[in-house]
Design a protein around this ligand. Structure first.
Ligand code: AQP
Length: 346
């Protein structure tokens, strides 16, 4: 089996209101990956326009996500940070994948069903084909690992299916062009830790989400300390004290969510948290959670605001990242063109 250089790719949509779920499920883990892998982190603006985006807001939100990456501790000199639309190879490979993926595969995608809702006929074709573009984002760098939240698991499985089918359908051409028995890796999702699915603070059965109309459902990364405190104070709970063991969280989604958030912010397990707070009332636990969240998130918000004052600096980082991303993506795409049989000038 072909060997692939280990490389991490992941992306975040610039669709506003970056929240604690995006941070714990994705960005915080992006930061941790830097010590072990070469990493490529992308602001996926082409994914964002699968639903309507105001142009001015899209540009400012693209810079805001970039600022969040930097403020959280991603190093754009050692790794690559850029926005997707600056590297056209993503779109070109996505077209090839549109011709590899099967309608039946996309019809099973739950995120499309959730986002399109009842008005499916009026959803954009882009929203439907979103997973194929996501596969291209990852595979144009032949990335081997993708840190994501639990909600992206199904899309990662589709990415593997697309890679496998591409490798099978063009196996002779792949070998004839000197790429051995597989051109694309079967990318591994990295989904782990106590906060792979952070839930809404208003309803422990719904995912914390940028598009939730209630701002009280989420902690935004730019929230000042008093807003963080206010939102956690108002967060839904149940009347029982915290259990001493994890099994006691079953059937208590709000308690489970707050304990998971605490554990992820503190880099411990839920069991550790319950050892310390088992038997405590929510008022006591929420005070400790507020202190912890303000300590961890406060400096990120402050740094994001500082970076926001200099959009030219952000744009320069994105331009530099795009150039370095293109240097990896272009040879992949050229090889794909040769494998598929597209004539190209050399
Ligand atoms: N609630 C969450 N818990 C853990 N991880 C999460 N992620 C998103 N929500 C949670 C992870 O954040 C990364 C970037 O997500 P995205 O912005 O690309 O798209 P999304 O998953 O569609 O985010 P939202 O907040 O749910 O946006 P809307 O409301 O627009 O649909 C991904 O790794 C994702 O797993």
């Amino acid at each position: 089996m072909a060997q692939f250089t280990e490389r991490v790719f992941s992306g975040v949509q610039p669709t506003g209101n970056l929240h604690l779920g995006n941070y714990l499920g994705a960005i915080k883990r992006f930061v941790e990956m830097q010590a072990r892998y070469d990493c490529i982190y992308c602001v996926v603006d082409m994914h964002a326009i699968t639903v309507w985006q105001d142009p001015k807001e899209l540009a400012s939100q693209t810079r805001e996500v970039t600022a969040a990456f930097l403020a959280a501790g991603i190093d754009p000199r050692r790794h690559i940070v850029f926005n997707q639309s600056q590297v056209s190879e993503h779109a070109e490979l996505a077209w090839v994948f549109n011709c590899v993926a099967r309608l039946g595969w996309l019809n099973r995608m739950t995120q499309f069903k959730e986002k399109a809702g009842k008005d499916r006929e009026n959803a954009s074709v882009g929203l439907y084909a979103y997973p194929n573009l996501m596969a291209a984002d990852i595979l144009v760098y032949r990335a081997t690992h993708v840190p994501v939240g639990e909600d992206q698991k199904q899309h990662l499985e589709l990415t593997r299916d697309i890679a496998q089918k591409f490798n099978n359908d063009w196996s002779e051409s792949i070998a004839a062009h000197g790429h051995g028995d597989a051109f694309f890796p079967l990318t591994e999702p990295l989904i782990g830790g106590p906060a792979t699915r952070v839930m809404s603070l208003r309803d422990g059965t719904r995912k914390m989400s940028k598009s939730d109309p209630s701002d009280y459902s989420r902690i935004n990364l730019t929230d000042p300390p008093d807003a963080i405190a206010q939102k956690f104070k108002k967060a839904k709970t149940d009347p029982e004290p915290l259990p001493s063991e994890e099994a006691g969280l079953a059937g208590r989604p709000e308690a489970d969510n707050l304990v998971g958030i605490f554990a992820a912010l503190k880099d411990v397990t839920k069991a550790n948290v319950l050892r310390e707070y088992g038997g405590a009332q929510f008022s006591t636990f929420k005070s400790a959670l507020i202190d912890l969240a303000v300590t961890k998130l406060g400096p990120i918000g402050t740094e994001m605001r500082r970076l926001a004052a200099d959009p030219g600096h952000i744009d320069a980082i994105l331009a530099d990242g795009a150039e370095r991303a293109r240097a990896i993506a272009r040879p992949t795409l050229e090889a794909v063109k040769d494998i598929v049989g597209f004539v190209r000038s050399r």
